[in-house]
Unconditional design. Structure first.
Ligand code: GAL
Length: 635
C-alpha cells in the first residue's frame, strides 16, 4: 500500500491574538505544512459558561487556516474539562490508589466511568461534529488527547467501583463463578454478591492478582468505550478520518481495542524526553545519545502504532527542540528533527506533525520549544521542517516495506507482569523492546502483531516473548505456521483467569517441554551460556525430550526446540540474544546486516534508508553519513 506523506503542526489559535493568525498560516504554508491540529484543549473558549457556545473564534481560525491552503485536524477538547464542569459534577474527578481525588488545575482529571461527564463529552462532541463535520477545511479528527498520560487510566472512585461491579456481573454472571475464577477460597476472600466487591487498592498486603487483572481489563475497556462514544457521534456527521494521539511507553490500556474503532493511529514522539525519562539504559548510552534519542525507541513505536492503526498511522506530535517535562531536557543535535521525521516516513507514517508552532511564553509549557521562538523568530527546527517538506516533494509516497520477522506485543501481558512481577525488574515492555533492539541491530524490518494475530504466513520468524496467555487464534496460527517461532520466557504460563495451568506451561503442541520451576535474579547475577552471553533477570528450569537449542555452561537446557518451535527459558542478555537471532536468521535464509552502533536502517518498498543516531559521522557500505544524518538509496 502506498500513501501520500506530508507534514503537520500543532497550533493553538486561542493562545495568540487573532491579528497574527493569518501571518502564522502563511508561514506554515510556506514551510510546506499541510495539516494543522487545533482545538484539543480549548473547551473553556468553546463553551465559556455551561450551554453557551462561542464558535466564532474557531470558525474564523479554521477559515484563516483554510484560506492559506491548510487542512485542520480538529481535536475534541475532552482532556481538559473547564472549571465550571467541576461545579456541575463535583464527583467527576478520578481518585488515585491512595484514595485521594485528583484536583483541577492541569488536565486529564476526569474519571472515565463518570456518566455525567460522559454526557457532557457527548454534548460538546455533538456540537462540534454538527458544526464542523462537513467543513471543507477539515482534514481529520482527533479524539481527546493522550489517553492514559499522567497515569490517568486507573481510578479508585465510587463511580469506578460501581461500573466495575457491573462489568464483573456481566462477565461472571454469578459471584460463585467469580469466586472460582479468582480462587477466592484462598484467604477466605469469597463473596456472596457483586455488591461486596471492592477495588483492589488499600488492601493490607497484595490483593488477589485476578482481581487486579480484571480491574485493569475493566479500566482499559472504559477507555475504549469512552473513545467509542465520541467516534460514533463524529461518524454520524463527518466522513473525515478519526485518529487518537497515543503516547510512548504507555501500556495502561489496550491500544489495539481503542484502535479498532479509529481510522488512524497516531503517537506523540519525544525522543529526547523519552531517553531521559523512560528508557532503561546505561549512563554511557544516555550520554552518547543525549541529543539524538535512543536509536530503537522511536522505530519500535512506529511499528507498534502501524499495527494499532492497521496500516494507517501518523506522528501527531514530534519533538522539535527541548521539552519541558523530562528530568533533563537537552537540545537536539542539528539534523535530528529532520531525521526523526524521515524515520517515521520510512516506517510508513502518512504525516509527521511537529509540536508546536510557537513556543508559549506563559503557563506550564513555557520551557517547551516550538518551530518558532516565543518572539516568532524561527527556532532551529523550522528550517529542518522546511527541508523535509522540500524532500517530500521529491518522494511523495510512503510504502511500508515488508518484514521477514514479526514480534507479538500484548498490553494484558504488561499488566500481568506488573501484577505479578516475581522479580523487581521483570518489565514486559523492556523485555519486548530488547528483542526489537536485537532485530534492529541486524538491520531487519520488523512487524509488530497483536496477541490475537491469526495469520503468520508472511513471516519466516515469529517472536513471542513474555505473552502471559496464548490466544486461540495465535495458537492455531502457530500450528500451521511454516516458519520458525521462538516463544518465551514466561509465555503461556497463565490461564485467562490468571491461574497457573496444569499441565504446566508452556504446553505447546508438538514440543515436549515443561517449565519445572522458575527463579528471578537480582541485578549483577547471571547464568552464563555456552557460545557466549548469559541469562539475566529471569531463569526457568526446563524439562523435556525436545532438542537443546541453547545450553548453560553447566549443561542445563536454556531453550528446547522441536522442528519449527523453540521455547526459551530465560531472559537473554544482549550478547546471547544477538547470537540466537543471528543463528536463527541465517538458518532461515533471512539476510542480516550487522549495523554499527547508533546506525539503523529501514527498507521501504522502494528505498533503503540509513539513520545515523550518532553524534559523529559513520562510514558504512562505502557511504559516509554525517552525524544526525539520513541517507537513502533506491532498492
Ligand atoms: C504531550 C501532550 C501535549 C504537550 C506535549 C509536551 O504529551 O499531548 O499537549 O503537553 O506533550 O511535550
Amino acid at each position: 500500500m502506498t500513501l501520500p506523506r506530508t507534514l503537520g503542526v500543532c497550533y493553538y489559535p486561542e493562545h495568540w491574538p487573532e491579528e497574527i493568525w493569518a501571518e502564522d498560516a502563511r508561514r506554515m504554508a510556506e514551510t510546506g505544512i499541510t495539516f494543522v491540529r487545533i482545538g484539543e484543549f480549548a473547551w473553556s473558549r468553546m463553551e465559556p459558561t455551561p450551554g453557551t457556545y462561542d464558535w466564532g473564534w474557531l470558525d474564523r481560525a479554521i477559515a484563516v487556516l483554510g484560506k492559506a491552503g491548510l487542512k485542520v485536524v480538529l481535536g475534541t477538547p475532552t482532556a481538559t474539562p473547564p472549571r465550571w464542569m467541576a461545579e456541575r459534577h463535583p464527583d467527576m474527578f478520578a481518585v488515585d490508589r491512595e484514595g485521594r481525588p485528583r484536583a483541577f488545575g492541569s488536565r486529564r482529571h476526569y474519571d472515565f466511568s463518570h456518566e455525567g461527564y460522559r454526557a457532557e463529552c457527548a454534548r460538546i462532541v455533538t456540537a462540534m461534529a454538527e458544526r464542523y463535520g462537513r467543513n471543507p477545511h477539515l482534514g481529520a479528527w482527533q479524539t481527546d488527547n493522550e489517553y492514559a498520560c499522567h497515569d490517568t487510566v486507573l481510578s479508585y472512585s465510587p463511580v469506578a467501583l460501581s461500573a466495575f461491579r457491573d462489568w464483573l456481573a456481566r462477565k461472571y454472571q454469578s459471584p460463585q463463578a467469580l469466586n472460582r475464577a479468582w480462587g477466592n477460597v484462598f484467604w477466605s476472600m469469597e463473596y456472596d454478591s457483586f455488591d461486596q466487591i471492592g477495588l483492589p487498592n488499600l488492601t493490607v498486603t497484595e490483593p488477589n492478582p485476578t482481581h487486579v487483572m480484571d480491574f485493569r481489563r475493566f479500566a482499559s475497556d472504559q477507555v475504549a468505550s469512552f473513545n467509542r462514544l465520541q467516534v460514533e457521534i463524529i461518524r454520524a456527521h463527518s466522513d473525515a478520518p478519526i485518529a487518537h494521539n497515543y503516547m510512548g511507553r504507555v501500556t495502561d490500556f489496550d491500544h489495539f481495542k481503542v484502535g479498532a474503532d479509529l481510522d488512524i493511529a497516531s503517537w506523540d514522539s519525544y525522543p529526547l524526553g523519552f531517553l531521559s525519562d523512560r528508557i532503561e539504559a546505561t549512563e554511557e548510552h544516555k550520554a552518547h545519545f543525549l541529543r539524538q534519542g535512543d536509536p530503537d525507541n522511536q522505530a519500535f513505536h512506529h511499528d507498534l502504532y502501524r499495527a494499532v492503526g492497521r496500516g494507517r498511522w501518523w506522528i501527531m506530535e514530534q519533538q522539535p527542540g527541548p521539552v519541558n517535562w523530562a528530568p533533563w531536557n537537552a537540545d537536539p543535535l542539528p539534523g535530528m528533527p529532520r531525521l526523526w521525521a524521515w524515520e517515521a516516513f520510512a516506517h510508513g507514517a502518512e504525516c509527521v506533525s511537529y509540536f508546536r508552532w510557537r513556543q508559549a511564553p506563559f503557563a506550564q509549557e513555557q520551557m517547551h520549544a516550538g518551530l518558532l521562538r516565543p518572539d516568532s523568530a524561527a527556532a532551529p527546527a523550522l528550517g529542518e521542517a522546511a527541508q523535509v517538506a522540500r524532500e517530500l516533494a521529491q518522494m511523495p509516497e510512503a510504502g511500508t516495506g515488508a518484514a521477514p520477522v514479526a514480534l507479538v506485543f500484548d498490553y494484558e501481558s504488561a499488566w500481568a507482569w506488573e501484577t505479578q512481577p516475581q522479580g523487581r525488574d521483570f518489565d514486559y515492555f523492556r523485555l519486548v523492546t530488547a528483542w526489537y533492539r536485537g532485530l534492529r541491530s541486524l538491520g531487519l524490518n520488523v512487524d509488530i502483531l497483536p496477541p490475537d494475530a491469526g495469520d503468520l504466513s508472511a513471516y519466516k520468524l515469529v517472536l513471542i516473548p513474555g505473552l502471559a496467555t496464548l490466544s486461540r487464534p495465535l495458537l492455531k496460527a502457530l500450528e500451521i505456521h511454516g516458519g520458525q517461532a521462538i516463544v518465551g520466557p514466561r509465555t503461556n504460563c497463565k490461564t485467562p483467569d490468571f491461574a497457573t495451568p496444569v499441565p504446566l506451561p508452556p504446553n505447546l503442541p508438538g514440543l515436549d517441554c515443561t517449565v519445572a520451576r522458575v527463579e528471578s535474579l537480582p541485578p549483577g547475577i547471571e547464568i552464563p551460556l555456552q557460545g557466549g552471553g548469559a541469562i539475566r533477570h529471569w531463569h526457568e528450569v526446563l524439562e523435556g525430550t525436545a532438542d537443546m537449542a541453547l545450553t548453560t555452561l553447566e549443561g542445563e537446557a536454556a531453550a528446547l526446540r522441536s522442528g519449527r518451535l523453540t521455547y526459551l527459558g530465560g531472559w537473554l542478555d544482549e550478547t546471547a540474544l544477538a547470537h540466537l537471532l543471528r543463528k536463527t536468521c541465517v538458518e532461515l535464509g533471512i539476510a542480516v546486516t550487522e549495523m554499527p552502533c547508533g546506525l539503523r536502517q529501514r527498507c521501504t518498498q522502494t528505498h533503503r534508508f540509513l539513520f545515523n543516531y550518532n553524534p559523529a559521522p559513520v562510514t558504512f557500505d562505502g557511504i559516509t553519513i554525517p552525524a544526525a544524518g539520513v541517507h537513502w538509496s533506491a532498492l
